[in-house]
Ligand binder design. Structure first.
Ligand code: C5P
Length: 247
């Protein structure tokens, strides 16, 4: 589950589609050039657990990105149900839910998995990559994205969470604070070479795939630069090559 494996295994593609049909049609085109597929709130709200089941059939593995943030008991139930779905390798919650919620999620991720079987890894979202300092202040979250993300990563680690979702900007500091075995997943990744007009979309804290690798990310999450590309296979392949070159 690191960059030591084939470079494509560290590329997670976000299936942010409004129907399962279009998500599957897209996924089938890139399945052998990418690592995992991410099922997020858009696809899950449209197609539910059936989306996870059908994406899992492709064999790439699923990052179920539903970012749970609720009271501990409710989050534990949601994590338990997520871990029981086929093919799910990564599940996440918001670190801002606090230590009781994080510990409940940690317990739930292992419960229900047969002894000896590989369990999904639990991640905590630190600060959304769409938020900059101003957006944080508006929401009453103090400090910079850097200080806040590192603090939340430490909290998650103390609670037994396997890793975090953070921007590339904070990855290096999180790696230093939380050690080699802590997983770091970075969205907000934008290739250096992009078609005119396509820039950051709604992401505020972005970086290139090469920068993500150099900062110590285990996985990078890429959505629109691949899903909206005129040639998604070529876009994915270019990112994998960039990952390989930066290793
Ligand atoms: O299209 P784009 O590459 O911006 O997609 C990024 C994906 O990563 C989206 O599915 C988004 O939900 C997800 N994500 C994020 N920031 C986080 C956690 C997840 O952008 N902190």
């Amino acid at each position: 589950m690191t960059f030591d494996a084939h470079p494509r295994s560290s590329l997670i593609v976000a299936l942010d589609f409004d129907s399962l049909k279009s998500a599957l049609a897209f996924a089938a085109r890139v399945t052998d050039t990418v690592g995992m597929f991410k099922v997020g709130s858009q696809l899950f709200s449209t197609a539910g657990p059936e989306a996870v089941r059908q994406v899992a059939v492709l064999g790439n593995g699923v990052f179920l990105d539903l970012k749970y943030h609720d009271i501990p008991n409710t989050v534990a139930g949601a994590v338990l149900a997520s871990a029981a779905m086929p093919g799910v390798q990564l599940v996440n919650v918001h670190a801002l839910g606090g230590s009781a919620m994080l510990k409940a999620a940690v317990q739930a991720i292992s419960a229900g998995v047969p002894m000896g079987a590989d369990r999904p890894r639990l991640l905590a979202v630190t600060v959304l990559t769409s938020m900059d300092r101003k957006a944080m202040r508006e929401a009453g979250i103090g400090g910079t994205p850097m200080t806040r993300a590192v603090k939340l990563a430490r909290l998650a680690k103390q609670c037994g969470v396997d890793g975090v979702v953070a921007s590339v900007e904070e990855a290096k500091a999180i790696r230093k604070a939380c050690g080699r075995d802590f997983l770091i997943v970075t969205p907000g990744v934008r290739p250096a070479e992009q078609p005119a007009g396509r820039k950051k979309d709604d992401q505020a804290r972005t970086a290139t795939p090469a920068a993500a690798v150099r900062a110590g990310a285990d996985y990078i999450v890429v959505g629109r630069p691949i899903t909206a590309a005129s040639d998604p296979r070529a876009a994915a392949q270019a990112i994998v090559e960039e990952i390989a070159a930066a290793k």
